[in-house]
Design a protein around this ligand. Structure first.
Ligand code: OAD
Length: 243
């Protein structure tokens, strides 16, 4: 009997390059909550109050007060089989790039080398006054944590109302426009400009493959329903059989 993964495995083997766009869903199985699934972070906290640059400028302690709800200790989280499957695809020469909205660094930890973190990363925290950088596990105590110079510290991530780092955005546009298959994994695809990347890929002739618990894209060519940590390793194993 033909596996449900076979047509997608075929597609990726035949049509290169392939690029992945990932969202919070791929890290859910690493124990990091998503934003908009049931019980997600934005169900409990209003992002305009807790995660916008305007709110951060007014009162940074709000942002820092929910830090523990999301990623308490950057170094404590480990990649899951979904992240590892993408790293494996890259090493097989079948995945050119990962564009991620996630700030948890788990793609790199899993071994992916070609990664663009379009919403930045929690790896570095910097002082908004003097620019001094801290590593994530060494954030000074206190809410909001402060630099030696007393300036407020902010992670190197994009808050609502902030522009994306231009270089990352340009890479994302180039990769989306140049791929022939895009794997869209674990994103509700409502936050721009990330949400437009699959449309850019499609406009340039790429096939879209969505991996999600619930379909977020009506224009996907293939929908693989399920957890990324199950679906992606199955897909890689199908490709290993065929290559
Ligand atoms: P969301 O929380 O909006 O969406 C998570 C998606 O993952 C949903 O479509 C779920 O169905 C799916 N999902 C959940 N568990 C899954 C699993 N195990 N396997 C596969 N899919 C699963 O997260 P994002 O789309 O990443 O930005 O959110 C985009 C941006 O909104 C984030 O980067 C963040 C947030 O506000 C900023 O903070 C700027």
């Amino acid at each position: 009997m033909e596996s449900i993964y076979q047509p997608v495995a075929d597609l990726i083997l035949r049509r290169q390059p392939c690029v992945a766009l990932t969202g919070a869903g791929i890290s859910a199985e690493s124990g990091i909550p998503t934003f908009r699934s049931k019980g997600g972070l934005w169900e409990k906290f209003d992002p305009t109050v807790y995660a916008s640059i305007e709110a951060f400028r007014g009162d940074p302690s709000k942002y820092w007060s929910i830090r523990g709800e999301f990623i308490r200790n950057y170094d404590a989280y480990q990649p899951n089989p979904g992240h590892r499957a993408l790293a494996e695809l890259e090493s097989m020469g079948l995945l050119r790039h990962v564009i991620t909205q996630n700030i948890d660094g788990l793609h790199r930890k899993a071994g992916s080398r070609s990664v663009t973190e379009i919403h930045g990363s929690l790896r570095e925290i910097f002082c908004i006054q003097c620019g001094k950088e801290y590593r994530a596990p060494n954030i000074p105590e206190g809410t909001p944590p402060r630099c030696e110079c007393e300036g407020v510290l902010k992670p190197n991530t994009v808050l609502f109302g902030e522009s994306l780092p231009i270089q990352a955005l340009e890479t994302a546009w180039r990769e989306a426009g140049g791929c022939r298959v895009m794997l869209v994994i674990g994103t509700s695809a409502v936050v721009q400009p990330a949400a437009s990347l699959p449309f850019i890929a499609k406009e340039h002739g790429a096939a879209l493959v969505e991996v999600n618990l619930d379909k977020a894209f009506s224009n996907a060519d293939y929908f693989l329903e399920g957890k990324a940590g199950t679906v992606l390793p199955e897909l890689v194993s199908e490709m290993r059989k065929q290559s």
